[in-house]
Ligand binder design. Sequence first.
Ligand code: HEM
Length: 506
Amino acid sequence: MPYTIGLHAASTAFLSAGFATQFTVAVIVFLAIILTTSAFQKDGVDAPASLPGNSLLAITPFFRRRYDFLNWGFHATGQSIFQFQLLRNTVIVVSGESAREKFFTAKGLDLTEGFKILSGAIPMVRGVTSDLQVRRIAMIHRRLASVQKNASLTALIPHILDDSRRIMESWGTNGRFDPFDKIYELIFQITIRSLSCTEISDDPALVSRLKTLYDTLDTGTTPATVLVPWFPTPAMIKKLWATKEIYDIVVKAIDAREKSGIAQNDTLQMLLDAGDEKLIVVGFIMGLLIAGARATGTTASWLMTLIGGHPEWRAKAAVEVESLLASYSSPSSSSAPHSLASRLASIPLEAWESETPVLDSIIRETTRIAQPHTAMRRNLGPELYINNKIIPTGAYVIYPFSDVHLDPELYPDPWKFDPGRKEPVNTPFGYVGWGGGKTLCLGTRLAKVELKLVTAMFVLGFNHSIIDQAGKPSDTLPVPNWNDILLCRPPKDSFYIKYERTRVPL
Ligand code: HEM
């Protein structure tokens, strides 16, 4: 009895204590859990080598400086495969050609389960995000395929170009910007346009609010929000709140559409017409925006940066788009020149997809050099072997894309942006920028069309180059920072894109 009274008194004291005390107690409890759980680790003979030192040391760098941490792990163990603990979870990091092949093809390695625990971008909310069972996820993926059918994608093109024109006009005739702000904002708008509804995408204030909320989800990921998601840290509460607000915005838009009874030509209508339950519709919009907007935004920001620093590739891209316009767009009369957006809209989807080798190679090289992805899986069983080391059922397995995309054997001078470089042949999964084997990106078609349209608008509507903080042409070009797992962003303010409108009316 005194024991329970003691506990009760302690909890009352905790609840009435100030934030600083609560925080300190929370940190002590958190550390105690980690120390207790990590004290019982034992390695078998065929277990991957464990990182030296206490597993506690692994947690922060895994989330904050992942590229350096994983490289250090390979170096410190001297192995191509090693393991470390994240609380009670065993995480095994693999590298090399045969490991990569197994990683992308083994039946038991599951992306959804791996993503759930190790990413932590979306708080798992019962009834909204955590209960999306396999059946519902499969349905969402089917709907994503429908959005990318020829007719739907073709219908989207003029809207994407129109959004691009409106936003690019707001940039004025010249100036400088940080691509991770401005290009990312533009991609967010067109991704919302592609995946949701007019009620949201026609309302710039609402889109901007959503972007802030998604940023809260992405950047609010701390070691604690991932490892002990049930623990009400301030970051977790902020994330939960942001999730609720996104949910409310999406549900409000769905309700407004259903109430109005007026059909629109957009993705929400397609979902409603298919008779999907609300959870699918909400899951589609909320989940795919997380998967799609960030990856496409990162790629587009880097693409503009890289071609800004390599004028020869910028020029090649411009020539390619001009030649498409010459083939497909009707010449405008001089009294009323057609806008660039409307001329680009007359290029058919098929041409965007099969007659743009330069844009394709620029996109491929950008996703090789500036996509700091670490693929994550959970082994749902049975146990399997990678590089002769055991991967137990239940373990998490991760594969850093740097292992293949920055491998100098496959890509000589790997940090160099060279869209003309030879693709590795006879190397299984020598490029995995859109996934590989069992797991391929399901938004590839949409993402590539978005990237091509925005690039076409930018290279013909503007001239641009890279400048330093003082506004001078940059001596050194920005280098992708793989430790930033979201944007691969170099230090803020280390460079800008300088731009100037051409004579072509947007
Ligand atoms: C430039 C933009 C993008 C890039 C570079 C990209 C890349 C990738 C990669 C590498 C994977 C596999 C991840 C892994 O193996 O761990 C993936 C998966 C996925 N992507 Fe993308 N992605 C992009 C845009 C999009 C967009 C716009 C959407 C949706 C509209 C999307 C939806 C998905 C989905 C749903 C998966 C998971 C597939 C599964 O569960 O099997 N992606 N993406």
